[in-house]
Design a protein around this ligand. Structure first.
Ligand code: KIV
Length: 308
């Protein structure tokens, strides 16, 4: 592997690590915030080179990497394993670890301990959790432990069964009002930022305008302070379904299929490996080996007989 740095690396020498204060400052300056999900070392490394502001190790891991039906089976150990890989790859982006289902819902003390693992063992800088006013006490406890918290409102995938599916949220006045209140409560509880998922664009813009903390929209229109997508959707790797709000920036599944097919064919037809992929010995060394083998031939035959 080449040790040269990619030319895509933006201004490495004057780059600063992104902090929660910096993303809040970006909102004040009206500078859009970029966030993507990552679950492994090479992706995190490339994202950091591309200059992403925030990398989220989302529990979408469960669906797009681990092949679960939804995010509910994802465990703390699985999250921490992938957080560690991402932390080894990204040095500049703010790293946010997503708390999995039942790691924070039952008990605030448990939530603080689990949130702590993301920073202490996983190498993350902050955590994210889903839910509104019902999470305020837990958020306060985690923030009081010195751990920055990103909230998540609207379509909260860990509540998929309660919501009756992956449907847009906040579409009637009653639900929209509740979401506006929840956003205010999460800010007061100490969240440093907020994901708004699959809600009307007008509502997301209203919430973003009322809050001091930055909002990161996914399926929430252009009125948020930043945008987030699930990387496997953006790259076209996850093909089971694609939400309407996803923009595909690449079609990597097609490219991967093409490459795997080609490798398979070339192995079967002996087209790979070619001479250029093979290490050779000098003729002198080869001749020497042949001589040694012919001298030691009788010894090998004796050993062979003994084994049989
Ligand atoms: O798990 C995840 O990837 C997320 C994003 C969709 C925000 O929560």
């Amino acid at each position: 592997m080449s040790s040269k740095q990619s030319s895509a690396t933006p201004h490495t020498e004057d780059r600063k690590k992104v902090t929660v204060n910096l993303v809040q400052e970006m909102k004040r300056r009206g500078e859009p915030i970029s966030m993507l999900t990552a679950y492994d070392y090479p992706t995190a490394l490339i994202m950091d080179q591309a200059g992403l502001n925030i990398i989220l190790v989302g529990d979408s891991l469960g669906m797009v990497v681990l092949g679960y039906e939804n995010t509910l089976p994802v465990s703390m150990d699985e999250m921490i394993h992938h957080c560690k890989a991402v932390a080894r790859g990204a040095k500049y982006a703010l790293l946010v670890g997503d708390m999995p289902f039942m790691s924070y819902q039952a008990d605030a003390a448990d939530a603080v301990r689990n949130a702590g693992r993301f920073l202490q063992t996983g190498g993350m800088n902050a955590i994210k959790l889903e839910g509104g006013r019902e999470r305020a006490e837990t958020i306060r406890a985690i923030v009081n432990a010195g751990i920055p918290v990103m909230g998540h409102l609207g379509l909260t995938p860990q509540s998929v069964h309660k919501l009756g599916g992956y449907r847009p949220q906040g579409r009637d006045a009653e639900a929209a009002l509740r979401l506006v209140e929840d956003a205010q409560i999460l800010q007061e509880a100490g969240c440093f930022s907020l994901v708004l998922e699959s809600i009307p664009g007008k509502l997301a813009k209203l919430v973003s305008g009322r809050l001091d903390i930055p909002t990161l929209g996914i399926g929430a229109g252009a009125g948020c302070d930043g945008q987030v997508l699930v990387t496997h959707d953006l790259l076209g790797i996850f093909e089971r379904f694609t939400p309407r709000f996803v923009k595909r920036y690449a079609h990597l599944a097609e490219e991967m299929r093409r490459a795997f097919n080609e490798f398979n064919d070339e192995v079967k037809t002996h087209a790979f490996p070619g001479a250029e992929h093979t290490v050779e010995m000098s003729d002198d060394e080869w001749q020497c080996l042949e001589e040694r083998l012919s001298q030691e031939g009788s010894l090998f035959m004796l050993r062979d007989r003994a084994v049989r």
